[in-house]
Design a protein around this ligand. Sequence first.
Ligand code: ATP
Length: 469
Amino acid sequence: MAKSLNQTEKTNGFIVIVEDEGESLKAMKMALGKKGYHVEAFSNADEGIRFITGSPREIDLVITDLRMPGTDGLTVLKETKEANPEISVILVTAYASVDSAVQAMKLGADDYLTKPIDLYEFRARVSKLMTNSNLNREVEMLNQRLDKQFGFDNIIGRSQPMEALFDKIRVVAGTNANVLLLGESGTGKELIANALHQHSQKRGQRFLPINCAAIPADILESELFGHERGSFTGAVSRKIGKFELAANGTIFLDEIGDMNLDLQAKLLRVLENRELTRVGGSDPIHIHSRFIFATNRNLQEEVREGRFREDLYYRMNVVTLNIPPLWQRRDDIPLLVHYFISKFNGEHGKQVADIDPVAMKRLTAYAWPGNIRELRNVVEHLVIFNRGGVISEKDFPDYLDRKEDVPLSVTIPVGMTMAQLEQEAIRQMLAHCGGNKTRAAELLDISLRTLQRKVKEMEGGGSDAEPEL
Ligand SMILES: Nc1ncnc2c1ncn2[C@@H]1O[C@H](COP(=O)(O)OP(=O)(O)OP(=O)(O)O)[C@@H](O)[C@H]1O
């Protein structure tokens, strides 16, 4: 039967019980199952510990018997708190001994119960801890969202390409359509994915970003789909995958161009059927997630080269948003610089009041190959080391001068002609060299006169420069 853990987890919660006495284990499991909790039960402490430490972020509460043959309940408590101190733990003791109760509390147990268990009392104590746990989780999610600065207000940009992008985001956000974000590294793809989630019907549910390039290919599948115990060597316990965890929320698959072909086929099936099976499992699990994909690769080229599945590309490419690189929206640079000065003043307790015009001009002319991430880091540096309250050129980090080390990137929009491409290369190289034509010509490997002539043509002055020697 199809299951959706996220639904049960959202309303009631996820509880693990470790108890060697079969009858007692059965009674507790039934009592909690009836209340709609998702319960995993273990009669062996070592197996319980393996499960808990395998999925420490998903579990809300662990209930463990204190005395068990072999590994005891205090070890379960210790391992649980080490794996995730947020998990509440109830210790169940055979007799009310002050000593064991004191020891349990000292070790961080949140509550303890004595046998024989009064099921009414048991459910009441569990319910109290679960309410706290859900509250904590909500506060944590809220804080995470605030930290991550969701919302359009925090996507700074008033340039024409950004205004056009905002218009599209407004239209797309309210729908449940999957979205593909294309743009260079550091252009704000994750920020925009957050904003799309925050303005969608899924807000209030999980937003789960996953960087496909950061997770080794051989474990990415089980990270995304989860796995059943024993499905492969090392799968010592069941693991709930990210797709299942955000079954009702938004999944942001960053660097999708780095996913291998095998996994691409599996992802396509998820998108088509809206269901998945854990690795080594057979039960289909329905998911209702919205997918946002992002990449800085040219996916059409990846398809041509056979590295990316064409059918998956078309499936993802229904709504595509192109995020312009910073050099294409230089008008936004002063705005971003002021925004980051004020942000980092706050974060570092500084009082930088302004930046002088020469320094601003240089920041505006720079190529920013690392886009907004790079600009943000530079401004943070400038704010931290500033003394007089006004940023000037002398405060610049050295590497801003070592421009030759920094690769330039030219994006070629469809429809750009060869002549326009050449002009863009010249414009960028000049900006990169702070307007120094001799240096720019050197780096472009053309004569200074050719460069001068081309610049004049670009400025609309015709090619009346001196002939090239
Ligand atoms: N328009 C913007 N306004 C304010 N801050 C921005 C903007 N765009 C990006 N940033 C900031 O720049 C940094 C990089 O952005 P983000 O991580 O979203 O980029 P990305 O395109 O997802 O990068 P990558 O492809 O490397 O994952 C973040 O700190 C983000 O908050």
